[in-house]
Design a binder for this molecule. Structure first.
Ligand code: GLA
Length: 710
């Protein structure tokens, strides 16, 4: 429980303080609302921080803050309620609001609105994280009628803009090609970015966006909103430009096939929409979110992360106890913190020798692991490394004992052929019995093997064949109740095992959202581990998520790339290896061991520091990324040459965020020859204005520079 440090209550009755502005301020931004003469709440301003609060009263009345369906507005609403008498309209009038400081730099504002006819209540919540310049918004809708009401649309947030031009950056793609960035101007009409995957938010498009105002923002310049929804399921961002060129941004659960009926007295709470408005381009927006996420959101956000050796790409399903014991030894030899056993260790009636069977039967395959997981945790202990385990507890293969026993727990249409995504089906987490079962998978493993120190929790299928046995006549609740069921399982796990870190994985990066990251310490960026592809994929995710949440492994994908190139790309995230040492030369093994040591010493900058995307892989044949520790002492610069052209011009790379008056010692570290090379001493001013020649014309080449403040 956060302590309430001070409480400034502004409870105003309609009329009395009707014109009182409601200010939601961070250090850098102001969102100013006010109550109009008609009792409705309007958004009068959202922009750079207005320092003089006397100016609030001079703001002209803007657009209604949380527009409802059925009244006089002709564009996309935030809220649509169907009342028991068939009336589809809602009007919201101000009742009261409250502002309280919950901790230093964190201020919560809630605004209570109510329909004067039907009495239903809506509370708009905004939490301002002031130094980080992040606002988190969500909405509560309460049925005050005598019968159930139906929610058609129930946005987390609605924001209004009135600018000359709008440019949307979306992060779309596909499996193994995630978070690819594209820009588009927004003109009259509606642009929707949404998903309908059910179990996850991401695959074709990620649950976050940039919106540049007036002109396209760059890394260092321009006014730009970055927004993301904390919901591990179907989401929708709707950008609606009206006839006057005004834009409304509506964010929330995707209302697609999700009409939700709310019983008398019940409250529907939306997920959080998290946003930051930067006046200094996209780079600052990312740093705002990273700071906020580490401090307030991500599980163990300020804690360390373990390097690891994973066996997935080293063995796939083809392993036995001896092979794994050998790999645990290799983890020790490499110098990583943990060995992670991936898919393929479970099921006996239908042993998990491929992805076609066994999912759901969580006992060790006896001929592969005759001495169970216990033998492996004991071996890991002996070697002084931690042991982690892959699970996918929400899913079932039709070829499994679980399916044979409990078909009623499976999301599947009773009277149609089943359609399988990766040969599997999704369990019905709307059903509390299924929640108990899924919780039990983790609880049983940790009870039996308390030395399991980490889980990789996978989710390889979207919801297919949508039908819940449990929900009966409330089928349109399934998308929402599934995700809520998942959270209730994860809450129980977090309560009983608060210190077990977990990776959120979903056939690559299907799950990449900030609600999920309350339970997971990190996520898997992509099944595509080709380092060239990863430069783009990780670049995309870096806009929203801090590097300590982005799992990145060195594998054998793209054998043309050197071990150094592959490792340097993975060092920009949470470093792991997914490789057999046999596949590497002696030199490569020596390099990898040294790289892990280097990575450990660079963690204050990479994992907990400030990120500067200096050169984008999208614009050039090169990429460069800088991380600076919060105390400013350590900076690391990664430079990559991707596919340079013959005789192309090479430009210096200018650093950012340094102290112009300080002197820095620059050295190239992490070289194949193991020798650090001193480059020279430079002022911060020089490094930021003249820069360093960090690129070459070599194909798939990379360098790491350490820049220490004297
Ligand atoms: C998913 C994950 C992979 C791996 C496999 C195992 O595809 O993204 O990393 O764990 O499942 O089946």
């Amino acid at each position: 429980m956060r302590q309430i440090l001070s409480l400034t209550c502004a409870l105003a009755a309609i009329g009395a303080f009707a014109a009182t502005p409601i200010a939601i301020n961070t250090d850098a931004s102001s969102l100013i609302l006010s109550v109009g003469d008609n009792g409705r709440v309007y958004q009068n301003y959202f922009g750079k921080r207005l320092l003089n609060s006397a100016d609030y009263a001079a703001l002209p009345q803007g657009t209604e803050a949380y527009l409802t369906h059925g009244m006089e507005d002709y564009f996309e609403p935030a809220l649509h309620i169907n009342h028991p008498d068939g009336n589809p309209s809602t009007e919201l009038k101000y009742v009261s609001h409250e502002t309280k400081q919950v901790s230093p730099g964190v201020v919560e504002t809630s605004i209570l609105l109510a329909d004067p006819v039907y009495k239903d209540e809506v509370t708009l919540h905004y939490t301002a994280y002031q130094p980080e310049n992040v606002i988190v918004a969500y909405t509560e809708i309460t049925n005050k009628e005598n019968k159930p009401i139906e929610l058609e649309k129930y946005a987390s947030s609605m924001l209004h803009f009135n600018n000359k031009n709008y440019y949307l950056t979306e992060f779309s793609g596909d499996w193994a090609n995630e978070a690819h960035m594209t820009d588009q101007p927004l003109h009259y009409g509606k642009k929707e970015v949404d998903t309908k995957l059910g179990t996850r938010a991401n695959m074709f498009v990620s649950p976050f966006f940039y919106l540049s105002l007036d002109a396209p923002a760059t890394e260092e310049n321009g006014e730009v909103l970055m927004g993301t929804l904390g919901w591990t399921g179907n989401f929708r961002f709707c950008f609606d430009v009206d006839n006057r060129g005004k834009l409304r941004v509506i964010s929330g659960i995707n209302p697609y096939y999700s009409r939700y009926s709310l019983a008398k007295g019940e409250t529907f709470q939306t997920p959080e929409f998290i946003f930051t408005l930067s006046q200094d381009g996209k780079g600052q927006a990312s740093r705002n979110l990273h700071d906020w996420a580490r401090k307030y959101k991500v599980k163990d956000g300020e804690g360390d992360r373990m390097t690891l050796l994973n066996n997935w790409e080293a063995t796939y399903f083809d392993f036995n106890e001896d092979k794994l014991v050998g790999l645990i030894g290799e983890a020790k030899e490499l110098g990583v913190d943990m060995f992670l056993l991936d898919d393929g260790w479970f099921a006996n009636k239908y042993p998990r020798h491929s992805d076609t069977q066994g999912l759901g039967d969580w006992d060790e395959t006896s001929d592969k692991l005759p001495n169970g997981i216990g033998r492996l945790t004991a071996e890991a202990k002996k070697q002084g490394v931690k042991f982690g385990l892959w699970i996918e507890p929400e899913m079932v293969n039709p070829k499994s004992e679980l399916y044979e026993k409990h078909k009623d727990w499976v999301i599947t249409l009773p009277n149609r052929d089943e359609y399988y995504f990766r040969n599997q089906l999704v369990l019905d987490l709307a059903n509390p019995q299924v929640q108990d079962y899924v919780y039990g998978v983790v609880d049983n493993l940790l009870t039996k093997y308390p030395d399991i120190a980490y889980f990789k929790w996978d989710c390889n299928s979207p919801i297919t064949n949508i039908y819940s046995n449990h929900l009966k006549d409330k089928q349109s609740h399934l998308y929402i109740d599934y995700v809520r069921g998942l959270y209730s399982v994860l809450d129980r796990i977090k309560a009983k095992y608060p210190n077990v870190p977990m990776m959120m994985c979903a056939g690559g990066s299907g799950r990449t959202d900030y609600k999920g990251l309350e339970y997971f310490t990190e996520f898997w960026c992509s099944d595509n581990t080709d380092p060239v592809e990863r430069l783009y994929i990780q670049y995309g995710f870096s806009h929203v998520f801090p590097s300590k949440t982005m799992s990145a492994h060195v594998t054998t994908w793209n054998k043309d790339a050197s071990i150094k190139f592959r490792t340097n790309v993975a060092m920009m995230g949470k470093l792991g290896f997914d490789i057999k040492l046999d596949d590497l030369s002696g030199n490569d093994v020596a390099y990898a061991k040294q790289a892990i040591k280097n990575y450990n010493s660079l963690k204050p900058a990479i994992l907990d520091g400030d990120l500067y995307r200096l050169v984008s892989p999208y614009d050039h044949n090169h990429a460069a990324t800088q991380y600076s520790s919060k105390d400013g002492k350590q900076t690391v610069l990664f430079a990559f040459d991707i596919f340079p052209r013959y005789d192309e011009f090479l430009y210096n790379t200018k650093l950012q965020g340094l102290d112009p008056n300080a002197t820095y010692a620059v050295a190239e570290i992490d070289r194949m020859d193991g020798q650090n090379q001193q480059i020279g001493q430079y002022t911060g001013e020089y490094l930021m204005n003249v820069g360093l020649p960090v690129f070459t014309r070599n194909k798939m080449d990379s360098r790491v520079y350490q820049i220490m403040k004297n």
